[in-house]
Design a protein around this ligand. Structure first.
Ligand SMILES: [Cu+2]
Length: 384
């Protein structure tokens, strides 16, 4: 096989594997919107494959059947020439129009279905704000605000009102459906739902100690305060340096866990450290000006530039779904966020940096040394 063909096949194989077996596969729906989008896609796929098979077979047949077998010289006569057949042409036009109809009907119906909130059902509203490079989630009816990880109740439709604080982003939870742009100055929305039956039916895809490879969506860790599923989301519109690291996690909870989650989210920060240790932790936080950008409810840290850190200790991830929430990752992030997510606002506008001439370039010049880092990691991890 020629080298170029082999490389092409390898790339195609890799891409297909990425589609079929990912935690963010659109071909493996876990909710009605994703299922509908997938079935519409399958109609188009089957029709296209049918056309490919019929046209391809004719082509191969004609090449084989009408091939000139003798030696070709300048004197070889042209084969018999035809000038079209009205009947064939009309038939082909009718068949094409028919096939376009077969594709268009479910597509147009689907567009309207996806664009209309489910009737006769209470639809919960979540306001989503995309920011470079993290997500803010507000529940106006519940008085809950959180960042980068949010929860929805299983089996209930949710309306996402989409806004952007800066540039264009796009909200996407591939296994639930989507996606939709967040535009500065224009309000978009979409609705999604996680289907408990589909979640239960795909239980074998859960990550377990010996099934990390086959993982397609996850159970929450055992020490998480609630039990449920984790679905992965992603910004799907290029929005700057760290666009690829602008992820988020959507927790899907049953009724009992959902009620518990809401109560917990509404509560102020509570540290598992002793009051003295917690006080020292907060002091270090305040000293480094972290509170000018971050909110920790129940303290004087009231910043809104960065994500809400009220319950950061109980999050599964940090840096907008990009890193697992471990003490090492948290420490690395706090000391050098620019290395984790190039160009991010915390690093760019908060931290002490030098330009190529050794001149200081930054506003507030945060610089966290090792002992302060340890205190901050201990304090933030204790905010459950
Ligand atoms: Cu983005």
């Amino acid at each position: 096989m020629p080298k170029i063909l082999r490389s092409l096949l390898a790339v195609m194989a890799l891409m297909t594997v990425g589609c079929v077996d990912g935690v963010q596969s659109t071909l493996d729906p876990l909710g009605p919107v994703a299922a509908r989008q997938m079935s519409t896609f399958m109609v188009t796929l089957w029709v296209s494959l049918g056309i490919f098979a019929v046209v391809g077979s004719f082509l191969v047949y004609c090449i084989a059947k009408f091939r000139y077998s003798g030696e070709v010289t300048p004197d070889t006569p042209l084969p018999e020439q035809g000038h079209g057949s009205a009947i064939t042409e009309i038939a082909l036009i009718l068949i094409s129009v028919g096939l376009v109809g077969v594709i268009a009907l479910p597509t147009v119906q689907g567009v309207f279905w996806v664009g209309t909130e489910p009737e006769n059902e209470e639809v919960m509203v979540i306001e989503v704000t995309g920011q470079q490079w993290w997500w803010k989630f507000d529940y106006p009816d519940l008085g809950v605000t959180c960042a980068n990880e949010f929860a929805i109740p299983a089996g209930k439709p949710v309306r996402f009102n989409l806004k952007s604080a800066d540039v264009q982003h796009s909200f996407w939870i591939p296994r639930l459906g989507g996606k939709m742009d967040l535009l500065p100055g224009q309000d978009n929305w979409l609705w999604l739902e996680a289907d408990p039956a589909l979640l239960a039916a795909n239980n074998d895809q859960l990550s377990t100690a010996d099934n990390k490879e086959g993982m397609r969506f996850e159970h929450l860790p055992d020490d998480y305060p609630f039990q449920g599923y984790v679905l992965y989301g992603q910004c799907a519109e290029f929005c700057g340096d760290s666009h690829a690291f602008m992820k988020f996690r959507c927790l899907v909870l049953d009724d009992t866990n959902w009620q518990k989650w809401v109560q917990w989210q509404k509560s102020d920060a509570s540290s598992t450290l002793s009051p003295d240790e917690a006080k020292a932790g907060y002091k270090t936080f305040a000293k480094n000006k972290c509170g000018t950008c971050h909110l920790i409810r129940g303290t004087n840290a009231r910043g809104i530039v960065g994500p809400d850190l009220t319950h950061i200790g109980s999050r599964t991830s940090i840096a907008a779904g990009w890193l697992e929430n471990t003490p090492d990752n948290l420490g690395h992030w706090i000391q050098n966020p620019g290395e984790v997510k190039p160009g991010n606002i915390m690093w760019k506008t908060g931290y002490k940096r030098l330009d190529e001439n050794g001149e200081v370039v930054a506003n507030s010049q945060v610089e966290v040394d090792d002992s302060e880092k340890d205190i901050l990691v201990k304090y933030l991890s204790s905010l459950k």
